[in-house]
Design a binder for this molecule. Structure first.
Ligand code: SF4
Ligand code: SF4
Ligand code: SF4
Length: 375
């Protein structure tokens, strides 16, 4: 099997396909601390892309409650239970990836969810105690914490869905790294559904083909962010591109947050697919649980997030979230503002570090109305 360097694991991995890396890699940063699970992103994606026949229980974007929620149900637990727990030494993964568990000709380690697993999209929502009796966590059975995990396809650098497809119907675009399924080639064998460790390919029982998040490629080609990103009420999401593996740029907000400062971390990096949705870990959740989810850099990321008020460059990059529907490829902090430019070099956003405050007169003579100022 060919070997590739997986920077998220600090080592080379074995991956069955020897395709060159894309010219640039689509990537997303989600700040979990700010997600309110309003599901606006889910609805935006669903109404735009998956409102057809056979797509009733297909959610390319979903938001689940951790630790107990998951869609499809227990998608991650079922894979974790099959595998040795991840071990890291100085940032290097010591255990095997899903591509290395078996022989070179075998499919990646995976599992096939049952139809029932897709039937309750928000099972476990807002649930902090699971089957523990109400209130029991107050007596120390379970510390009281939970958080919302928004999930889309990770447009992985080494996609398990691509590796598993016997028809070569799943492919990764050279121009931006978006992973797509060719509906003409797909025969519905569902090997991708079984292999994707994030369960982000879905089988359509009417069309008898598999389908997945298309990365909103028609929008990306116009320089616009994905619908689930633009519609995000909490402004928790940034969408852009990572530069090539070796040459991250300080002025690219994605490179800066992910590669240079390592504030945002990949989901279950130990699986080995090099996923490209990066999460800023929730600061109130115990490190042990988060390290299983996001790898060994959780503690540093949480400390960095808590110190943001004294970290102007990083705070500036985060202020860009939700400030424009265009893809920001370059940013700069200038005085008390952060400025963002698109790929053509046009200024597309300018955000102040401190929002201006306007105090209005209690009585507005012009309209003969009384107004209240709220904060
Ligand atoms: S729209 Fe944003 S805040 Fe609302 S659930 Fe989705 S990711 Fe979370
Ligand atoms: S998340 Fe799953 S479907 Fe998406 S690229 Fe990775 S392996 Fe493929
Ligand atoms: S990127 Fe587009 S297709 Fe993919 S989950 Fe978001 S809205 Fe849906």
């Amino acid at each position: 099997m060919p070997t590739h360097h997986n920077w998220q694991l600090g080592r080379d991995i074995e991956y069955p396909y020897d395709a060159p890396l894309p010219q640039k890699q689509v990537a997303y940063v989600f700040d979990i601390n700010k997600c309110i699970e309003c599901q606006t992103c889910t609805v935006a994606c669903k109404t735009a892309w998956t409102s057809g026949k056979g797509e009733e229980t297909i959610f390319w974007n979903n938001v689940e409650t951790k630790p107990y929620g998951g869609y499809p149900t227990t998608w991650d637990l079922k894979l974790l239970e099959q595998r040795e727990a991840a071990k890291w030494d100085k940032g290097v993964l010591q255990t095997k990836t899903i591509f290395e568990d078996h022989g070179p000709l075998d499919a990646p380690t995976g599992h096939m969810p049952t139809p029932e697993d897709y039937s309750a999209v928000n099972l476990g929502e807002d649930d902090i105690t699971g089957i523990i009796e109400k209130g029991a966590h107050f007596s120390g059975v379970h510390p009281m914490w939970m958080f919302y995990l928004a999930r889309i396809c990770n447009h992985c650098t080494y996609p398990a869905c691509v590796a598993a497809c016997p028809r070569k119907a799943v492919y990764k675009r050279d121009e931006d790294g978006i992973v797509l399924i060719d509906q003409e080639r797909c025969r519905g064998y569902q090997e991708c559904v079984k292999a994707c460790p994030y369960k982000k390919t879905f089988f359509n029982m009417i069309s008898r083909t598999s389908e997945k998040c298309i990365g909103c490629y028609p929008r990306v080609e116009q320089g616009e962010v994905a619908l689930c990103v633009e519609s995000c009420i909490g402004k928790i999401r940034m969408h852009g591109f990572l530069s090539t593996q070796e040459a991250p740029r300080e002025d690219n907000p994605l490179d800066y947050i992910v590669k240079i400062r390592k504030l945002a971390l990949p989901l279950y990096p130990q699986f080995g697919t090099s996923p490209n949705v990066y999460y800023i870990p929730p600061v109130h959740v115990p490190d042990g649980f988060l390290e299983q989810l996001f790898g060994p850099n959780v503690e540093q990321a949480k400390a960095m997030y808590k110190n943001l008020k004294d970290d102007k460059q990083l705070l500036g990059a985060l202020l860009l979230f939700g400030s424009t529907n265009r893809i920001v490829t370059k940013f700069k902090v200038e005085g008390d503002e952060v400025i963002g430019w698109d790929a053509k070099g046009e200024e597309i956003t300018r955000v102040p570090f401190t929002e201006p405050t306007y105090v209005r007169d209690h009585y507005d003579q012009r309209f003969d109305v009384y107004r209240h100022n709220t904060t």
